[in-house]
Design a protein around this ligand. Structure first.
Ligand SMILES: *Cc1c(COP(=O)(O)O)cnc(C)c1O
Length: 227
C-alpha cells in the first residue's frame, strides 16, 4: 500500500520538486517499504524518534527534521541530519552550530516562517528573520548554512487563502535572497506543501514538499513507534 501511495504522489510532482516522505509516528517497517521503492528523503518531527529510526535503517537515507526543535535535543540529530527545516530563533541556530562543530559538520538549515492565520503554528515573522540575519552572532557561525525557507499554510479548504500564504513565503525567499544572500546560490529552497495542499504549494514554487498521510496513511498517535 505504501508503495502504491508513494508512486501515486511521485507521479504528481512537478520537475525540480523533491519529496520528503514524512514518517513521524510510523514504524521502521513502513519506512523500509518506501525505501525499497527508491525513496531516500524522510521527515521526522521528534529528535529521539529520528535518532532511533536512523540507527535501525540504511545510512544512505537523508533525514529531514521538520518539527519544533528544542535546543537541548539538537544533539540527537546533529551527527547525521541532512536538513533542519525549523529554525525559528538565533538561539536555536547557535545550538545547532555548536553541536555541528562537535562532529566537524556544516548543517543545512531553513528559516521557518509563520505564514498561517492560526496562532498554533511556529515560525518567525519577516522582521524577526531579518534581525537574525543581521545579528553579529549569526555572522560568526561556521557550522550552519541557511539554504532557504519553510512554512505551513492555514489548515483550511479555502484554496485562495492557502495559495496566498504560499505566495507570501516565496516572496520572503526572494527578498532574503536579494538582501542577505547575494552571490550565494544555495539559498533557494522553499519547503512548503503537505498531503492536502502540496499541489497548490508546487504551483507557488516549492522545491521540497513534505507529505505524510498520503503515503503512509492517517497517523494514530496511540500506537507505539517501534513495532
Ligand atoms: C506532519 C507534518 C507534515 C505532513 O503532514 P501530512 O498532512 O501527513 O502530509 C508536513 N510538515 C510538517 C511540519 C508536519 O509536522
Amino acid at each position: 500500500m505504501v508503495k502504491d501511495n508513494l508512486q501515486g504522489v511521485l507521479s504528481t510532482l512537478r520537475p525540480g520538486v523533491r519529496l520528503i516522505a514524512v514518517s513521524k509516528t510510523k514504524p521502521v517497517s513502513a519506512i523500509r517499504e518506501a525505501y525499497e521503492c527508491g525513496q531516500r528523503l524522510f521527515g521526522e518531527n521528534k529528535a529521539q524518534e529520528m535518532r532511533e529510526k536512523h540507527e535501525q535503517l540504511p545510512k544512505d537515507i537523508e533525514w529531514h527534521f521538520i518539527g519544533h526543535l528544542q535546543r537541548n535535543k539538537v544533539k540527537y540529530i546533529a551527527p547525521y541530519v541532512s536538513l533542519i527545516h525549523s529554525i525559528d530563533s538565533l538561539g536555536l541556530l547557535e545550538a545547532v552550530d555548536k553541536e555541528a562543530s562537535k562532529h566537524g559538520r556544516v548543517i543545512d538549515c531553513l528559516l521557518q516562517f509563520h505564514i498561517a492565520t492560526e496562532e498554533t503554528k511556529f515560525g518567525m515573522s519577516l522582521e524577526e528573520a531579518e534581525a537574525l540575519l543581521r545579528a553579529p552572532e549569526y555572522a560568526r557561525l561556521e557550522h550552519v548554512r541557511i539554504v532557504g525557507v519553510m512554512g505551513m499554510a492555514t489548515n483550511t479548504g479555502d484554496r485562495d487563502t492557502v495559495r496566498s500564504e504560499f505566495g507570501t513565503l516565496r516572496g520572503y525567499r526572494d527578498r532574503l535572497a536579494e538582501r542577505f544572500f547575494a552571490g550565494r546560490p544555495e539559498f533557494k529552497e522553499i519547503s512548503m506543501g503537505m498531503s492536502h495542499d502540496y499541489g497548490i504549494a508546487m504551483e507557488e514554487g516549492s522545491t521540497y514538499v513534505r507529505v505524510g498521510s498520503s503515503i503512509f496513511g492517517e497517523r494514530d498517535y496511540g500506537v507505539p513507534v517501534n513495532d
